[in-house]
Design a protein around this ligand. Structure first.
Ligand code: 5GP
Ligand code: ZN
Length: 117
């Protein structure tokens, strides 16, 4: 499994930095965002270090598909599915990406406007 010793989220995956985990299996982990933007704000990430959506290759398709499927499972487990939720990926600094390890923001528990800011 590819990992980057300098990457914050790889360090959470490896247990070097604590996080409030809500889910984990052999491919995916999910934990509470440290600066929540909604009553429920969880980051769902592949264990594999892939910096951004732009860095995905064909070899990563199953990993990212599984990550999205786990996000829907976690939304149900946390009870935010009935009212609807946002699943957001920021790709690149201009879109607000600050941590370069693919992560899906799972946001719920409030209403969301469109278009997003
Ligand atoms: P981005 O801006 O890259 O889309 O999202 C990165 C997210 O990681 C932000 O929402 C930020 O609050 C969160 N974050 C940054 N550092 C930490 C940390 O050490 N622990 C946790 N749980 N979340 C973090
Ligand atoms: Zn990483």
């Amino acid at each position: 499994m590819s990992s980057d010793a300098q990457c914050l989220f790889c360090r959470i995956v490896n247990g070097e930095i604590p996080a409030k985990k809500v889910f984990e299996d052999d491919e995916v982990i999910a934990f509470r965002d440290i600066n929540p933007q909604a009553p429920t704000h969880v980051l769902v990430i592949p264990r594999k270090h892939i910096p951004s959506i732009d860095d995905m290759t064909e070899a990563d398709v199953a990993t990212i598909g599984t990550t999205v499927l786990r996000a829907s499972h976690i939304a149900r487990e946390l009870g935010i599915d009935a009212d609807g939720y946002r699943l957001v990926v920021n790709n690149g600094p201009g879109a607000g990406q600050t941590v370069f390890h693919i992560h899906f923001h799972l946001l719920g528990g409030r209403d969301f406007s469109w278009p997003p800011g």
